[in-house]
Design a protein around this ligand. Structure first.
Ligand code: IFM
Length: 440
């Protein structure tokens, strides 16, 4: 081997894995005042830094620049969402200019050789839908399906890959169980109702989209965590880890993917027949919980990110395996990323998670890094930095981070080269917390 070849030697190959980034409209577009999240952010004390989604990354006006940047980095995939309130600003009235805007953007994405995956509900919806009762309303499913039908019929020549709903468990626990997301409720019965309604909506959307576009690929983005007992010898911790996993992610998995309602979710809807309701398995993976009660905790001496979430790369395989054993199918990591204000460990995070994926025998097909440009992080506001591109919120200037260059190199070389490892990863260290304060 020559010296030039040696420097290009791969530490590991990513094989056929395709790589891109994921975003959500409310977190990037800016400008909308008529959503549940804009309303919530307008209430005092709801968002940690007092920011709102009105500014965000101004992507609505800067999508050309963002598309060029994605193309420059060689990204292969782009997960984006459609802001429902733009498309249907008042019930039943659809804005043709708004859908034309998305069409133009998606066409440009495709022209850049990037494959779009479109999310149809990512935590936000129009204020008028919230006023109807949101996902607790009797008419929620039909109302949302009307929007889905409009979007799919207007984009079906540009998009084949659809993500119905993002992280129903995170949306629901935040909004209905713990109350730190809109509508700020703490009500178990409402939580259960919303989970069941969203599962019902997903199952119906799965069939509706296939009726409209038979070759569509439809799934949902499931937020999966590892729940391990804080003390593996403690039977209470072990039991609670199992219960937490079932409550947070197990029961809804059967409803969303298998169309099967457990008693926890209530009665099986008359118009959902048990059976396959997915074409791919969406996995949003971030962290693990050390369980000692029905709440979050972190193991001592764990590497953590800026939000004190444990960095646990092996978990991405564990949750994907758990899912795949129950519901076999191609795995799309619809989100994985970390909060790192100084970009001092993000490349290592990417390296470590991709390595686990590369070494797995599971059918991982796609990896969408969360996120592209630093964006508005819901109740946490503008402070957390998840992007591979830095954002100056005042000037809206974008600057590719070192981790963005690293991800780009992984795509270009179809793996991590020794050279890229030395340049971007070798010197990076995680912060380790000796005695973490249990969260919650
Ligand atoms: O920003 C969120 C995203 O909207 C949903 N999944 C987790 C991300 C990081 O918290």
């Amino acid at each position: 081997m020559t010296e030039a070849n040696m420097t290009e030697a791969l530490r590991f190959s990513i094989g056929d894995l395709r790589i891109g980034v994921a975003t959500a409209p409310t977190q990037i577009e800016g400008g909308r005042r008529d959503t549940n999240w804009a309303d919530w952010a307008g209430l005092p004390g709801r968002i940690k830094d007092g920011s709102t989604p009105l500014r965000a990354t101004d992507h609505w006006n800067r999508w050309r620049e963002d598309t060029e940047l994605m193309s420059e980095l060689g990204l292969e995939l782009y997960r984006m969402g459609i802001e429902w309130s733009r498309i249907e600003p008042t019930p039943g009235d659809f804005d043709t200019e708004a859908i034309a805007h998305y069409r133009e953007e998606i066409q440009a994405i495709r022209n850049a050789g990037i494959e779009p995956l479109v999310t149809l509900h990512h935590f936000s919806h129009p204020s008028w839908f919230e006023a109807l009762g949101g996902w607790t309303s009797e008419v929620a499913v039909e109302t949302w399906l009307r929007f889905v039908r409009f979007v799919v019929t207007h984009l079906d020549d540009l998009v084949t890959d659809w993500c119905t709903i993002n992280e129903p468990n995170a949306f629901t626990t935040g909004g209905y169980l713990f109350g730190f997301f809109p509508p700020g409720r703490t009500d178990w019965l409402a939580t259960r109702r919303v989970l069941a309604t969203m599962a019902h909506a997903h199952c119906r959307a799965y069939h509706l989209i296939h009726d409209l576009q038979p070759h569509a690929k439809v799934g949902f983005a499931h937020h999966l965590r590892v729940f391990d007992p804080l003390d593996a010898r403690n039977p209470v911790h072990r039991g609670l880890a199992r219960v937490s996993a079932h409550l947070f992610q197990g029961a809804i998995t059967d409803a969303f993917l298998g169309g099967r309602w457990s008693r926890l979710l209530g009665a099986q809807p008359a118009d959902v027949t048990p059976g396959r309701h997915y074409d791919w398995l969406g996995v949003n993976y971030y962290s693990r919980t050390a369980t000692s009660k029905l709440d979050d905790g972190t193991f001592a001496n764990s590497p953590v990110n800026d939000l004190d979430w444990e960095i646990y790369p092996a978990g991405i395989e564990r949750v994907a395996r758990w899912l795949h054993e129950r519901y076999p199918g191609p795995i799309w990591v619809t989100e994985n990323g970390t909060c790192d204000a100084t970009d001092s460990f993000r490349s290592r995070f990417i390296h470590d998670h991709l390595r686990v994926i590369a070494e797995s025998d599971l059918p991982f097909e796609r990896y969408y890094h969360w996120c592209f440009v630093d964006n508005w992080e819901w109740a946490e506001g503008e402070v957390p930095r998840f992007g591979i591109v830095a954002l100056d919120y005042e000037t809206q200037e974008r600057t590719v981070k070192d981790s963005g260059r690293f991800l780009s190199s992984v795509i270009a070389h179809r793996g991590v080269t020794e050279e890229a490892y030395a340049a971007h990863v070798a010197s990076q260290r995680y912060r380790v917390v000796a005695a973490p304060t249990p969260r919650g």
